[in-house]
Design a protein around this ligand. Structure first.
Ligand code: BEZ
Length: 214
């Protein structure tokens, strides 16, 4: 028998392939899968011409070179129309002297927002939350971070998480609380029970660090 749970949309989770889409953007029609082979930060915002979103866009645009240095492209998305996006990009350029050099996807039908779970089933309007998806070169969602409409993201935190994901992939380590490039990393959890029971086992076997090789 069907119950209420069955009707809930299933949002992609960490480890899932990001749902592909094709859509109009401020830089032409694009597919998500066009970005395969590169990291991609896909981030939604509730609405164009709003204060928090504007502050984030200015900060993302100013940090664009830092994302590029990490091999990561940026792509924004909201339910607003392409024409609203273009007007907002122009207003940001005129008001802040900042060029938005990344594409902004229009999603007026909410198809993309719903496929990613950016818009909750119980939402009273179509405004997507501030969701961020870290998508790896294979198209897999590796991290997600969501904020409410009223709280802006930290672009430094986005860069930090991206660098941490790349670090763990490259060196088979894990990263501690607040890790930043150049600081100590951790070895993955020990699984060899015999080694752990040995007389000379490291008492801190569950927290083994090593310097970051850079
Ligand atoms: C903002 O970006 O400022 C915002 C958007 C939606 C609701 C509240 C604030």
């Amino acid at each position: 028998m069907a119950n209420e749970q069955d009707a809930l949309p299933v949002s992609p989770q960490i480890g899932d392939l990001a749902p592909d889409f094709q859509a109009r953007t401020t830089m032409g029609v694009m597919r998500l899968s066009d970005f395969r082979g590169q990291w991609l930060l896909l981030f939604s915002h509730p609405a164009d011409f709003t204060p928090v979103c504007t502050s984030e866009f200015v900060a993302f645009a100013r940090a664009a070179d830092r994302f590029t240095a990490l091999g990561c492209r940026l792509m924004a998305i909201s339910v607003d129309s392409l024409y609203a996006h273009l007007a907002w990009v122009r207003a940001i350029r005129d008001g802040f002297g900042v060029s938005i050099g990344f594409p902004i996807v229009e999603d007026p039908s909410l198809v993309i927002g719903r496929a990613f779970g950016m818009i909750s089933a119980s939402s009273v309007d179509a405004a997507a939350m501030r969701a961020t998806y870290f998508i790896d070169p294979a198209g897999v969602i590796r991290a997600t971070i969501s904020y409410p409409a009223t709280v802006g993201r930290s672009i430094e935190e986005m860069l930090r998480v991206l660098a941490a994901l790349q670090k763990v992939d490259a060196e088979q380590v894990v990263t501690p609380e607040g890790w930043r490039p150049g600081t100590e990393v951790l070895l993955p959890p020990e699984t060899d029970g015999g080694a752990l029971l040995a007389q000379d086992a490291d008492p801190l076997w569950f927290h083994r660090t090593r310097p970051d090789k850079g």
